[in-house]
Design a protein around this ligand. Structure first.
Ligand SMILES: Cc1ncc(COP(=O)(O)O)c(C=O)c1O
Length: 449
């Protein structure tokens, strides 16, 4: 059960009603009461009060294990002493200024040393911004304008790359040759014309599209680890095909490692042994504060050089490389040694084994998938190799099972998102076992639903 503690600010609401009261106020001043769509919950969100380690407590005093970790960014969980100390001491030194800080240099050095494709770095404030910037870099370097992405891929909220994130299957057209579908109303067709959409894991068709579009394609972007929150995995031979074709056709291959950097010390590219031309990063490299980055081959990153003149990509930003994000990012990343990644993986395996047992015993559809610190409950027996397969599974009960399971888990003290458990170094084996025991209480009713 979510543990109750007496907590929460005193605002006159009943101790069990503070979130409800806050949501009523929120609805008066924010559309639907929210400022991030993905945190919406029924009948209202629970508002955070405090968090420590892997536990988070809402203003009504419900304490749960945080398996979301702010969309995978809080790899050390909450309130890690070294991170708190860094924030406090750096805030007292310089919080923000137009003078660069040593932390920026240190974090850039760390990324260059660790990530195989990264010879040089430019920082941004979010992953979205990193993907917008990498698009400019790819265009400037190649002199071409189009970008290609996988249908169903998420690369943040930049209007070009957000297209075809979750298109209706009819709007997406022929699965072998998907068309670009706007993610938001009013997106100009002229912009969509600059996006090429590839069917993930379909080597023959994706290859044919790349060859047909090569003259106009500046770059191909993909998350090498996952699509749609971990429910679909890119196959290694598909990524190898992209690498080969991009090299042959003069297209830049971009890995969006905003999330997948949490799979290993050198990111997913080190694990699979395929090196892109450019990499975008975010989330864990900020140690819990806002961040993004673009890194890559030195000759490509030269598009940012001041001496370049007319060919230079302009890049700045009020909060870019702010000392707080740079400092916490460096400290967080430095704590992530290869041994720490191994421990995250071992704990992930322990969780996956426990959940798989429950899954089997409760006769739930599908399987427990994932690796490293990321575990996904795939409540479908349909094989999902691409976005279309997943969309079919979603409308065939998967979406509902994910939603119901999230509620059941929440009632047992687990905070998860869409079937995902995203670990942190704050978790002990006891926390994993606590999670498995809670899931064993929560999930069986789903099998009977
Ligand atoms: C693969 C991927 N790329 C980019 C982004 C966007 O990052 P941000 O939310 O920092 O803009 C996300 C966010 O979840 C992501 O998962």
């Amino acid at each position: 059960m979510a543990t109750k503690i007496s907590a929460g600010p005193s605002d006159g609401a009943e101790p069990t009603d503070r979130s409800r009261a806050l949501f009523a106020r929120a609805r008066a001043v924010m559309p639907s009461g929210y400022t991030r769509d993905l945190v919406a919950a029924q009948p209202h969100p629970q508002y955070a009060d405090t968090a420590a380690g892997c536990w988070i407590t809402d203003v009504d005093g419900n304490r749960r294990i945080d398996w979301v970790n702010n969309f995978a960014s809080m790899i050390h969980g909450h309130g890690h002493p070294a991170i708190l100390e860094t924030i406090a001491s750096q805030a007292a030194r310089v919080m923000n200024a137009v003078l660069p800080s040593e932390w920026e240099v240190r974090l850039a050095e760390l990324l260059v040393e660790r990530i195989p494709s990264v010879d040089a770095v430019r920082f941004t404030n979010t992953g979205t911004e990193a993907n917008a910037l990498v698009t400019k870099a790819a265009r400037a370097f190649t002199g071409k304008t189009k970008m290609a992405k996988m249908e169903g891929g998420y690369h943040g909220q930049f209007d070009l790359l957000e297209a075809s994130f979750q298109p209706g299957t009819e709007a997406g057209g022929d699965p072998a040759r998907p068309v670009a579908v706007a993610h938001n109303p009013g997106t100009p067709q002229s912009l969509l014309d600059e996006l090429v959409v590839l069917p993930l894991n379909d080597i023959a068709n994706a290859r044919a599209i790349l060859r047909a579009e090569a003259d106009k394609l500046a770059g191909v972007i993909l998350d090498p680890w996952r699509l749609q929150g971990g429910m679909v995995r890119p196959h290694q031979d598909f990524i190898a095909m992209l690498r080969e074709e991009c090299t042959r056709l003069g297209i830049l291959l971009v890995f969006d490692e905003v999330v997948s950097l949490r799979t290993s010390h050198g990111g997913e590219q080190a694990r699979i042994g395929i090196t892109p031309d450019l990499t975008t990063m975010g989330k864990i490299i900020g140690g819990g504060l806002p961040i993004g980055a673009v890194g890559g081959r030195r000759d490509i990153m030269a598009v940012f050089e001041m001496e370049r003149g007319a060919g230079k990509v302009k890049h700045s930003g009020t909060f870019t490389a702010n000392p707080l994000s740079m400092a916490t990012g460096y400290v967080a990343m430095e704590m992530l040694t290869p041994e720490v990644f191994d421990r995250l993986e071992r704990q992930g395996d322990r969780l996956r084994e426990g959940l798989a047992r429950i899954h089997r015993d409760a006769r739930l559809p599908g399987a427990i998938t994932g690796d490293a610190s990321f575990t996904t409950m795939m409540f479908t027996d349909r094989p999902c190799a691409n976005y279309r397969d997943l969309a079919t599974a979603m409308s065939d009960g998967l979406a509902e099972r994910l939603q119901v399971s999230q509620g059941l888990l929440r009632d047992e003290g687990l905070f998860t998102l869409r079937g995902n458990f995203i670990g942190s170094t704050a978790m002990t084996d006891d926390d994993i076992d606590w999670t498995i025991a809670a899931a064993a209480r929560a999930l069986p009713p789903l099998g009977r639903a």
